[in-house]
Design a protein around this ligand. Structure first.
Ligand code: HEM
Length: 182
């Protein structure tokens, strides 16, 4: 995962606890990476998972709640990474329809070695959308958190059910989304 995400996680942990606690969490980790995580770097997912695990232990959260909370917090920060013209959407459905392009094309312009998730969308009606989230990382609770933030960002209620598919090399999930009309 990109150093940028490590740096955002660091900022999040410090905001919900403090610098001392973050240093203690770092000290308790046995990262594969020996140097500090810097924004343009790319680091093993194992290091990110360890940082999340140790944070969860230290702060007494469940992994699900931690992923959700970080997803909810991180969306406004992610928005700042992409070129503004790539985020020119005035409703959540149009943003989500563009999500795969944002991750695989726009993001690659600024972070060429990113290994982003895929989002395959099918437009199912004026106020609905099926979105398949596909990533070997399987960060489903993070997606839930980001969607909660997208809902707030656009002041538009988003309801959905999730259908998991375990048949492939890794589990994917279809988000069957419905957007409130104003
Ligand atoms: C709109 C602006 C967005 C930008 C600029 C952005 C950018 C990024 C970046 C930089 C990464 C890390 C990729 C890597 O380390 O190789 C990432 C990962 C991720 N993004 Fe986004 N993102 C955006 C929106 C969203 C939204 C709306 C969702 C969910 C609905 C989402 C879900 C995820 C997930 C789950 C990951 C974790 C990696 C994985 O699953 O493989 N992102 N994104």
């Amino acid at each position: 995962m990109k150093g940028h995400i490590f740096n955002l996680l660091e900022k999040f942990i410090i905001e919900v606890s403090d610098e001392m606690v973050y240093e203690e969490i770092l000290d308790s980790c046995n990262f594969i990476t020996q140097e500090p995580f810097v924004r343009p770097g790319t680091y093993p997912d194992e290091d990110l998972n360890e940082l999340v695990e140790k944070t969860v232990e230290r702060l007494g959260l469940t992994p699900k709640d931690a992923h959700f909370a970080f997803g909810k917090w991180v969306f406004p920060h992610l928005v700042k990474i992409a070129p503004p013209e790539a985020l020119n959407h005035d409703n959540p459905k149009d943003l989500l329809l563009a999500l795969d392009h944002i991750h695989t094309v726009e993001l690659k312009k600024v972070i060429p070695d990113a290994q982003p998730p895929r989002f395959y969308c099918t437009d199912t009606g004026p106020d609905s959308l099926d979105m398949i989230y596909s990533s070997a990382r399987g960060m489903f609770d993070l997606v839930d958190g980001v969607l909660a933030s997208v809902e707030e960002y656009y002041s538009t209620k988003i309801e959905y059910i999730k259908e998991f598919d375990h048949s492939g090399d890794f589990t994917t999930c279809t988000y069957k989304l419905t957007f409130a009309t104003h």
